[in-house]
Design a protein around this ligand. Structure first.
Ligand code: PXP
Length: 240
């Protein structure tokens, strides 16, 4: 069984468009759990453009799915909040203020000391750490060296490939990296840009343990409701 982490950031995006109280991501998490979500994922960005501190604190109390996964940058302020709230898992991502969404994986080779320090602080609180990386062997080796429990492969290049040929090549990279991650004893996660149409090939990577999917599920939820949208995605990722 591949676990589905449902990213509910964009429920908060709609709320923040009016700076009001609805729709509430806490309600969204409950609806996603009813649809079979194995985890709830939120990204507490430094600019708080969608998810806010209040959401993370309440979700810690209400999420009953096996996992509350906090996506976060290696920023001292956000690490401090994670240390207080203690999500089940932290996924470390790069973050730029100007970006629309997370662009590219974390550079754990270039920023080794800073990322390793964040991993150590989070693990000291019993939080499992996943690193969001491009499918690059050197980055994966560095993740192992710093003791990460999991690597989430960035599937954006696969999802946004301009042709079937490029998509196939990107899928090959994901398959090779998946094997490397499992051989090193880490868990394989993946996410970014996955949709009801392109998720199957990624879900078939043999070592895949967890997929984190947001935008496509929230978009579909506008038409069928979040519980049904999650149930549909869960069925697709686990079908033979
Ligand atoms: N995984 C990570 C680490 C991300 O940063 C994001 C985007 O917030 C996702 C998964 C989900 O991406 P999408 O919204 O494109 O499904």
């Amino acid at each position: 069984m591949i676990e589905l982490g449902v990213n509910i950031d964009h429920v908060a995006t709609v709320r923040q468009a009016r700076k009001t109280y609805e729709p509430d991501p806490v309600w969204a998490a409950a609806a996603a759990e009813l649809g079979g979500a194995d985890g709830i994922t939120v990204h507490l960005r430094e600019d708080r453009r969608h998810i806010c501190d209040r959401d993370v604190r309440i979700l810690r109390q209400t999420v009953k799915a096996p996992k509350l996964n906090l996506e976060m940058a290696c920023s001292s302020e956000i690490i401090g909040i994670a240390e207080e709230v203690v999500p089940d898992q932290a996924t470390l991502v790069p973050e730029k203020r100007q970006e629309v969404t997370t662009e590219g994986g974390l550079d754990v080779v270039g920023g080794y000391d800073k990322v390793a320090d964040a991993v150590k602080r989070l693990q000291a609180k019993g939080i499992a750490v996943s690193l969001f990386l491009d499918p690059d062997p050197a980055q994966i080796d560095a993740a192992k060296k710093m003791g990460a429990e999991a690597v989430e492969l960035h599937t954006g290049a696969y999802a946004n490939a301009a042709s079937a040929e490029f998509r196939r090549a990107e899928l090959e990279k994901l398959i090779r990296s998946g094997r490397q991650i499992a051989e090193l004893g880490m868990k394989l996660h993946a996410g970014h840009g996955l949709t009801y149409h392109n998720v199957r090939s990624v879900a078939r990577i043999p070592e895949m343990a967890e997929l984190n999917i947001g935008h496509s599920i929230i978009a579909r939820a506008l038409f069928v409701g979040l519980t049904s949208a999650v149930a549909e995605m869960k069925k697709i990722i686990n079908e033979e």
